[in-house]
Design a protein around this ligand. Structure first.
Ligand code: ATP
Length: 905
């Protein structure tokens, strides 16, 4: 049997039961349901039970389980059945915590998955004779795929049409040079993968040209599927912050164990010194509880959940983030390198001016279009990939706005572009690419081949040897060149994008399709120029003002002419006095040292190549600032990858650019980038708030216990086995109420002035800038107030209830003061009355307060589970003490913020 590459294109179409018109939708869905989706196998999702058990792998959880078991066994051995509650409760808390963890994980995962779907690759497929854009997964064997530069080849295919089609197959073969693709059958037997030049392979990239291909195999049957049993990366990447928090957790664990050991020893020794028998079990349990209190075990999960919720929010703002670490970095963006066309401008081009040698016309004033001007109009339609159709007497156009503008020029001057296209069929072409900044098509005109080249005027001119004037062709000289260049500059100064159109005539005998770039795009005859306006997006001006306030520098990087770029950059406020605009060529001539010295002044780069873009990102990254860079073409992938935040255009971007990006803009708009940065800042701020809350509460708990074993022993020397908080109580506060509050804090609304500050310095620890200090003093305050509750509670207790009453008030103050404290972390300087209310936090506050009150209002629970005085033992004074001490952190921090705001004025 013949191999696929040995078959002719007709044979392969026949064999696969398809044609140039593609499959019918019906047939395709039949094939999809029998053969399955076009995707590589993913790692199987772990079963719910396994994932639940995963939660128990955590060291802290194991310690708790051991503690629960010991307390359970001890209670049974001592035959005190009521004591078994403690073990049961610890177990319950651990299970609740694991469930909470699992739910959060599932929620974050779901958010990530749905976002992943949004950025899933697409391909253009011919079905029922029409081009449709499909999810790559829905492609079946026999589908006809339309390929163009910047596409990933979505399955294994046989090429059936190639117009200079080239593919980068390095992902598969390791060969870095793009392979030229052909349609002819290869009549050899064993051809290695890299030499099967009439085939295309899944996950390789079309770098140049365009073509058609028929799908020969999908999913795991493809070459890439065969070599990779499991390619898709299912591991979720940890963000730098998650890593450093995990590290912090480990350090705290070590410290906690030392403290625990010391406290355990103190408890035992004091008991021995006093001559009473030590309560080993209680000492052990409270040490375990202290260890739990010290380690912020919930933090990594909270960070993930805040990041993934933020990601979901960003989608609503038209920015799709592709990785969690990027969401974290986003807020510290200092430099935004943005394309001009379509991102800063509307990408709605209208030709306003035409220019033939020394003849400048405004399109709106054109009376008659004939001679060379008609030729300019015709050539603009011919050297053009716009798809034109007529519907309801109107022309429908799909294509690149620059080219649509040329088609519109014909329509607006009274010609039918479809007639022009039909009269002069295209026989060959060299597609546009942003490196050459040229495009060429060859047509049969009046019995000759005419190649039409359009592109950047400076480049077209440099390749022209003659020019057309009054219908004659004359040799070009420097003077004439300068006339064209001056006109080009004049138009560009008016923010117009200028294209030049030139041509070259070949004899009919020429083997035209074999001609190379050098032959087709040299020795041209200059015909004329067109100038088109592409207005700035109205919202961009405000966005630029916002970036300036936020200490972010915007840099324009464009393939367009310098003068056009300068005009628009000036209008938008990107380029101001003292700033520089340079071209890619000027950049090429600079040494790295020169470039570094000027870097901060340069705000506009014009006529850049993709390599220039990489150099610009690299230079900025060297300064340590976080750089965002936009791109759309296949050649932009390296700079997008290199940037800290690579941004691809959702509408005009190629699949390759999207694949390389961290963020995809669904509206291609610069203002969206700025909005996303502000959202990124808010997300980071919320993570910081959650860290602030959890760590200060942890410190509060540690301080309480430390004060208990030091000051407590000194103040109450006669109390046997003094324990100011039981293990169950600490675990309750730490693992139940705190978790809910922290999530609610993570959902805090954006602070109003979040874009009034310079970006945060990513190299600094998040605890710099005073966060560490605030966590410290506020934690100590909570701990001291809680200890005060013990002291007061002991002294105002009903007779014979001293210790339990003191413990009751301690437990209540520890928990409720943290609930109040949660409002403190919402802002460093604003009063809670100045901030937009956080409804989640308010709900969590009342929910947790209710849970806390249950512990004293339900006598059975109070007595058996938490071992506290139920409300029957409470008097008015007790309530006053609890409320007064619990609310103190809020009052103190509010006063401190008031002073801060006053001093800042
Ligand atoms: P940006 O990089 O900001 O999006 P751009 O769209 O101008 O700017 P390119 O698409 O790389 O950048 O275009 C560079 C130059 O190539 C343009 O200034 C124009 O002179 C020329 N050009 C653009 N599109 C075409 C085209 N379809 N055919 C021929 N020349 C083109």
């Amino acid at each position: 049997m013949k191999k696929i590459y040995q078959l002719s294109t007709d044979e392969i179409l026949k064999e696969l039961g398809t044609s140039n018109q593609g499959l019918s939708t019906e047939e395709a869905s039949k094939r999809l349901s029998t053969n399955g989706k076009n995707k590589l196998d993913e790692a199987k999702k772990r079963h719910f039970i396994l994932r639940f058990l995963d939660q128990f792998k955590d060291f802290m959880v194991i310690v708790l389980l051991v503690a629960a078991a010991i307390s359970f066994i001890a209670a049974i051995l001592e035959n005190k059945m009521t004591e078994t509650f403690e073990g049961v409760l610890i177990l319950a808390i651990v299970v609740i915590n694991a469930l909470l963890g699992l739910m959060q994980e599932a929620k974050a995962e779901k958010a990530l998955e749905s976002i992943k779907k949004m950025s899933a690759p697409h391909a253009t497929v011919i079905r029922d004779g029409k081009e449709v854009v499909l999810d790559v997964e829905d492609i079946v064997v026999g589908d006809i795929i339309v390929l163009q530069a910047g596409d990933y080849i979505p399955a294994d295919v046989r090429i059936i049409q190639s117009v200079n089609l080239k593919a980068d197959e390095s992902a598969l073969t390791g060969e870095p040079v793009p392979v030229e693709k052909i349609t002819d059958a290869i009549h050899k037997d064993e051809v290695p993968l890299g030499d099967r030049v009439n085939l295309g392979f899944m996950s390789t990239v079309v770098t140049y040209g365009r073509g058609l291909a028929v799908v020969t195999s999908v999913g795991m049957q493809t070459e890439i599927g065969k070599i990779a049993e499991m390619l898709s990366n299912t591991e979720t990447e940890e963000t730098p912050l998650q890593k450093s928090i995990a590290q912090l957790g480990k350090t705290l664990a070590i410290i906690a164990f030392i403290i625990v050991g010391v406290i355990f020893a103190i408890q035992i020794i004091t008991a021995l010194v006093k001559g009473v028998s030590p309560d080993w079990l209680e000492a052990f349990m409270s040490s375990v509880a202290l260890a739990v209190a010290a380690i912020p075990e919930g933090l990594p999960a909270i960070i993930t959940i805040v990041l993934s919720l933020g990601m979901t929010n960003l989608v609503k703002q038209r920015a799709i983030m592709r990785t969690l670490p990027a969401v974290e970095t986003l807020g510290s963006t200092s430099i935004i390198c943005s394309d001009k066309t379509g991102t800063l401008t509307q990408n709605v081009m209208t030709i306003t001016d035409t220019y033939l040698y020394q003849q400048n016309d405004k399109v709106s004033d054109l009376k008659s279009v004939e001679g060379s001007l008609k030729k300019l109009v015709d050539f603009g339609v011919l050297c053009n990939d716009t798809k034109v159709r007529v519907k309801d007497d109107k022309f429908l156009k799909i294509g690149d706005p620059t080219e649509i503008a040329l088609t519109d020029l014909a329509i607006n001057t009274g010609f039918n572009p479809l007639d022009i296209l039909a009269n002069f069929p295209r026989v060959h072409e060299l597609p546009f690419d942003s490196n050459r900044k040229l495009m060429t098509t060859v047509h049969e005109i009046d019995g000759k081949f005419v190649s039409i080249t359009k592109g950047a005027p400076d480049i077209v001119l440099s390749r022209s040897v003659s020019y057309e004037v009054n219908g004659h062709v004359e040799t070009i000289n420097d003077k004439v060149s300068n006339v064209y260049l001056t006109e080009n500059n004049n138009m560009a100064d008016r923010a117009l994008r200028v294209l030049a159109v030139a041509y070259k005539v070949f004899d009919k005998n020429t083997d035209i399709t074999k001609l190379l770039h050098t032959e087709l795009e040299n020795d041209l005859t200059m015909l004329g120029l067109v100038g088109m306006i592409d207005p700035a997006r109205p919202e961009v001006k405000d966005a630029i003002v916002e970036t300036k306030r936020a200490g972010i520098t915007t840099i324009m990087i464009t393939g367009d002419h310098k003068n056009t770029a300068v005009a628009i950059a000036t209008e938008l406020g990107i380029l101001e006095n003292g700033h520089l605009a340079i071209t890619g060529k000027e950049l090429d001539q600079m040494s790295d040292e020169e470039f570094d010295a000027k870097l901060s002044q340069i705000r506009v780069y014009a006529r850049v190549s993709p390599e220039n873009k990489v150099r610009i990102v690299t230079a900025w990254k060297k300064t340590g600032l976080i750089v965002a860079m936009t791109g759309d073409g296949v050649n932009d992938a390296p700079s997008i990858k290199k940037a800290d935040i690579g941004i691809a255009m959702g509408i005009t971007g190629t699949e390759v650019a999207k694949g390389a990006a961290d963020m995809i803009l669904t509206d291609d708009n610069f203002a969206t980038i700025v909005g996303a940065v502000s959202e990124g800042r808010a997300i980071f701020a919320n993570i910081k708030k959650a860290i602030h809350f959890l760590l200060s509460c942890n410190i509060g708990e540690i301080v309480t216990i430390l004060l208990g074993v030091t000051l407590g022993l000194a103040l109450f020397p006669n109390v046997e086995n003094l324990v100011i908080l039981s293990a169950v109580q600490i675990l309750w506060v730490n693992l139940v109420t705190d978790s809910f509050m922290a999530i609610a804090i993570g959902l805090d609304p954006k602070e109003p002035d979040i874009m009034n500050y310079p970006p945060r310095d990513n190299s600094k620890s998040i605890f710099a800038d005073g966060l560490g200090f605030r966590i410290g003093w506020q934690g100590i305050m909570i701990g001291s107030l809680t200890f005060a509750a013990f002291f007061i509670g002991y002294n105002i207790a009903p007779a014979d209830h001293e210790l339990i009453h003191a413990q009751t008030l301690t437990f209540m103050v520890l928990s409720i003061s943290q609930l109040f404290h949660s409002f403190n972390v919402r802002s460093e300087k604003y009063s809670i009355f100045q901030l937009k209310p956080n409804k989640y936090l308010i709900m969590a506050f009342f929910g947790c307060l209710a849970l806390q009150l249950v512990t004293v209002f339900v006598p059975a629970i109070a007595e058996n589970v938490f071992k506290v005085d139920d409300v029957h033992y409470w008097r008015f004074i007790d309530w006053m003490v609890v409320i007064g001490l619990s609310i103190t952190p809020l009052v103190v921090v509010e006063i401190q913020k008031l002073i801060k705001r006053f001093l800042n004025k």
